[in-house]
Design a protein around this ligand. Sequence first.
Ligand code: AVI
Length: 325
Amino acid sequence: SLKVNDLTILEVSANTLEKVGQDVIEGLTKTPKSLPAKYFYDQRGSEIFEAICQLPEYYPTRTEALILCQYAEEIAQITGTCELIELGSGSSTKTRLLLDAYQAQKKFCKYVPIDVSETILKESAIQLQKDYPALYIQELVGTYEQALAQFTPTIWPARMIFFLGSSLGNFNPSQCDYLLNQITGVLEPGDYFLLGIDLQKPQDILEAAYNDSQGVTAAFNLNMLSHLNWRFGANFDTHFFTHEAIYNQEKSQIEMYLTCQSSQIVHLENLDLTVTFKTGESMLTEISRKFDLELMEKDLELKGLKTIKIFTDPQNWFGLILCRK
Ligand code: AVI
């Protein structure tokens, strides 16, 4: 670990993403092509995602914030002083609602934000430290899998892992199983898990949220190619690709694609890879699953996580599940 601006920063692994280009190779060499959604989040991607969260069509962020606003106090009361581990903390904006509740109840906590995007993680931690001087913050740069593998039993009275924004929805069922098992493994009996999930709702509302009128989601999707360009020395021409997002009813998931509008040969120098795109060829860049609260409750129970309380908004658009191991 190293000291930067009085914050202890633990680098899970330096240049983590540079080493894992293998997943890009796998995704681009299979048919149909796909890319892992984690490549959205370079610095620019994280900034665009923050802008998505403010969009009128993108209801998840404000709906979850509303739920947290209403129930953070209750959550802090239930868990008491604890070590708070956040998966995919980004700007930690919604986290403040929880931190405020713990602070108001004089329950002093340790906060461990985890994110692949180092810049946003560090900047947010510096800002948080200013606003919550009594909070002990220790950021972890890395993927969830790498970061979760670092934890040993906590010396704090309890531990709560929280995973907000329905980011779990960006993983397919077998990846979800793996992640939930890993989360359970980091918790001791009596520890907590708080999960925010986006719920099923009419298709038009879902599709509008991923096809916003200002084109911010399109820019987010296309930025993945710019990210691959600088990270892997690739030469994707973003002008030839367009954003598409459709709701797959059968799988209850939004699917985001980048579609190639005219045939392309793309070279990714650092990966020693050349890929051909046909006109009209689509590449899956993200799934965003929309969940059913009862099914999720059962799934969590199978993983050894017992639901204590479910919090939702009046429209039942988004759900927060608090469970205990
Ligand atoms: C981070 N994740 C939960 C977002 C989602 O809604 O699946 C990412 C996103 N993709 C397009 N808009 C937002």
